[in-house]
Design a protein around this ligand. Structure first.
Ligand code: HMG
Length: 385
């Protein structure tokens, strides 16, 4: 059975409460809490970056897996740290993965995590005895005081794909939609994204319609054939609107319980771009009180620019024994709240770009930290605990 054998995520140990942000920006907090559906947003300290997020989440996902079986490592990100060298090579080094593993970085905005999933599943067709580690890792940055500010966040999700799936087995049919649109992008010279916010939400919904129509044609499945749905989660309200739109289009019966459990984690992590769909899946599997075994999930991945895909998978019997619900609950629970000043200090931090040596002050990170930079080379180290 081809699909996800293990799934884990990690997010920064710091967050800002959106009520604190709303008060500082002079905004009614209900705009963030109700209008966007978000409560908190994770913020990375200076010594946490996309590599440490990725390596920590992958270390968690690899527990109980023989690392020698990893034939390929795919890292999806749009917060990359190098134009040439793949982010996965740092992760490969930090985790001691096999020397004969293929390592590649994937980019197409938030869609790249889904691309990693589909490429990994294809690889297993010809390498059924191998496993694929897919990591989606991102830090969402829109800028202080911008409309996108309350939709920032950061996290990495890692999953092991294999022919011995334990959590979700994927089905072959899918519906894809690609179109050249400038709804959200980040040129090489900019640290924050450019976004036409309202336009991006419109395109997200249009892409969903296109994807559903071609998925439906390929699979002959109806809305009612899916017990649950996981959407790309830039903010919870976006996915809620998408689900309402899909129920109408597909002449299905909308029920909040079809999506609500997938929102729980993202509501307090924020947008984690490529990782958000998979954090939504972890949230669904781990927080749902229902037995989801043999239930079909519909997935919608959207990456600005844009590429989108609707696909499906079925939850496998016995899945609960392979979840990391306690670990994830602890990661979210143990985070430290930031004041506005601390959040802005983290946001404004930059490593030197002139080749000088700089060592980061130690903040609270989990398995790895960015030690500093020397002659343009980033230095990483494991933490003591
Ligand atoms: P905005 O323009 O400041 O907000 O930014 P708004 O005025 O549209 O208000 C948002 C909602 O809050 C509205 O509800 C208001 O009515 C409501 P809606 O009309 O949508 O139903 N509201 C209130 N509700 C209760 N009490 C109140 C109150 N006041 C207002 N007092 C926007 C919103 C999403 C545009 C902005 O945050 C933004 O630009 N975010 C970034 C872009 C984004 O997340 N787009 C999502 C789709 S694109 C995508 O998902 C891809 C992405 O992840 C990137 C990638 O692919 O890599 C972003």
């Amino acid at each position: 059975m081809k699909g996800i054998e293990r799934l884990s995520f990690y997010t920064s140990r710091y967050y800002i409460d959106l009520k604190t942000l709303a008060a500082a920006r002079g905004i009614d907090p209900d705009k963030y809490l109700v209008g966007l559906g978000q409560e908190k947003m994770s913020v990375a300290p200076p010594d946490e970056d996309v590599v440490t997020l990725a390596a920590t989440s992958a270390k968690q996902a690899l527990e109980g897996i023989n690392r020698e079986d990893i034939g390929m490592l795919l890292v999806a990100t749009e917060s990359g740290i190098d134009q040439s060298k793949a982010l996965g090579i740092w992760v490969h080094h930090l985790l001691g993965l096999p020397k004969n593993a293929r390592v590649v970085e994937l980019k197409q905005a938030c869609y790249a995590g889904c691309a990693g999933l589909q490429l990994g599943l294809s690889y297993l067709e010809t390498h059924p005895n191998k496993k694929v580690l897919v990591i989606a890792t991102d830090i969402a940055r829109y800028g202080l005081n911008s409309p996108g500010e309350p939709t920032q966040g950061c996290a990495a999700a890692s999953f092991i794909l294999s022919t011995s799936a334990k959590l979700v087995a994927f089905e072959k049919e899918h519906g894809i939609f690609t179109s050249h649109v400038m709804d959200f992008w980040r040129p090489n010279y900019s640290e924050t994204a450019f976004v036409d916010g309202k336009f991006s939400t419109k395109i997200y919904l249009e892409a969903l319609e296109e994807c559903w129509n071609s998925y439906k044609e390929a699979s002959n499945r109806t809305f009612a054939d899916h017990a649950k749905f996981c959407y790309h989660l830039p903010f919870v309200r976006m996915a809620l609107k998408a689900h309402e739109r899909l129920a109408k289009l597909a002449e299905g019966e909308f029920d909040i319980a079809q999506v609500s459990d997938s929102f729980t984690y993202s509501r307090s992590v924020g947008n984690s771009y490529t990782a958000s769909l998979f954090i939504g899946l972890a949230s669904l599997l781990e927080t749902s009180q229902e037995d989801l075994a043999n239930k079909r999930i519909g997935f919608f991945s959207y990456g600005s620019g844009c590429v989108a895909e609707f696909f499906s998978g079925c939850v496998l019997p016995g899945y609960k024994a392979h979840l990391k619900a306690d670990l994830h609950a602890q990661i979210l629970h143990d985070r430290q709240a930031l004041s506005l000043a601390e959040y802005e200090e983290f946001f404004n931090f930059r490593l030197p770009e002139d080749g000088s040596t700089f060592f980061c002050s130690p903040y609270n990170t989990k398995a790895f930290r960015l030690r500093g930079i020397d002659k343009h080379e980033r230095l990483y180290e494991p933490t003591c605990c």
